[in-house]
Design a protein around this ligand. Structure first.
Ligand SMILES: N[C@@H](CCC(=O)N[C@@H](CS)C(=O)NCC(=O)O)C(=O)O
Length: 216
């Protein structure tokens, strides 16, 4: 089988989700690091016309969009399975991935995590306090809904680890380390779930680079 190469920056939570897929499969992969200054440049746009990361390269095959990459990994290496077979659990997994892609990342993490964590620690920028304050209601909405959907289950879509957990854990890892996220997550089942996720070998093997390695 050709090598798996993940193009992107190791600080990216989406890139970490892809790494988690490989780690959970115990499959080899490598990260081809893209310098922050090269993002959205011509070479990047050839791999990803929308200028985002990560991009998976598998031989001559290139794939972007994290959930598509994770589903590909699960199809190419079916063991252990990372998608349920029960229709209701499949529905829940896909719903939670949708919440991440449509609401949690664009309306919350992209603002709070960027201004609190990635900007100051990686790029040397100052937090935009007004932008952060504006994202707090959506943070409450998203994290509250994820907490409700988790309920008393072990994993987000039930009793089995699924792609939903791999998509969400890297995002909530960063959010939990912000003052805003930690207040919202206090005493929630979602925080306990994050603790269980953080304890997995896949999460410890994929910690972000040193300045972004945050206590949850
Ligand atoms: N829908 C994309 C989102 C990926 C994404 O937004 N990645 C962020 C890094 S975590 C990015 O590329 N940001 C660069 C930018 O917005 O310019 C996916 O699932 O892969």
């Amino acid at each position: 089988m050709s090598d798996f190469i993940i193009h992107g920056h190791p600080a990216s939570p989406f890139l970490r989700s892809v790494c988690l897929g490989f780690e959970e499969k115990d499959a080899p992969y490598r990260i081809q690091e893209m310098a922050v200054g090269d993002m959205r440049g011509e070479a990047h746009r050839r791999l990803h016309p929308f200028g985002r990361i990560p991009i998976l390269q598998h031989g001559e095959y290139y794939l972007y969009e994290t959930q598509a990459i994770l589903r590909y990994i699960d199809a190419v290496m079916p063991t252990p399975p990372l998608q349920p077979t029960d229709p209701k659990a499949i529905g829940r997994m896909n719903q939670i991935i949708g919440i991440n892609d449509w609401y949690l990342f664009p309306m919350v993490a992209r603002i709070i995590v960027f201004h609190r964590v990635v900007g100051p620690l990686l790029l040397g920028t100052k937090p935009d306090e007004a932008a952060i304050a504006g994202a707090i209601p959506d943070a409450r909405l998203c994290l509250g809904e994820l907490n409700r959907l988790l309920g008393n289950q072990s994993f987000l879509a039930g009793e089995q680890l699924t792609l939903a957990d791999l998509m969400l854990a890297p995002q909530i890892y960063y959010l939990a380390a912000t003052p805003e996220g930690s207040v919202i997550l206090e005493d929630t089942a979602l925080l306990e779930w994050l603790g269980r996720m953080n304890a997995r070998a896949s999460m410890t093997a994929t910690l972000p680079p040193a300045p972004l390695r945050l206590a949850a």
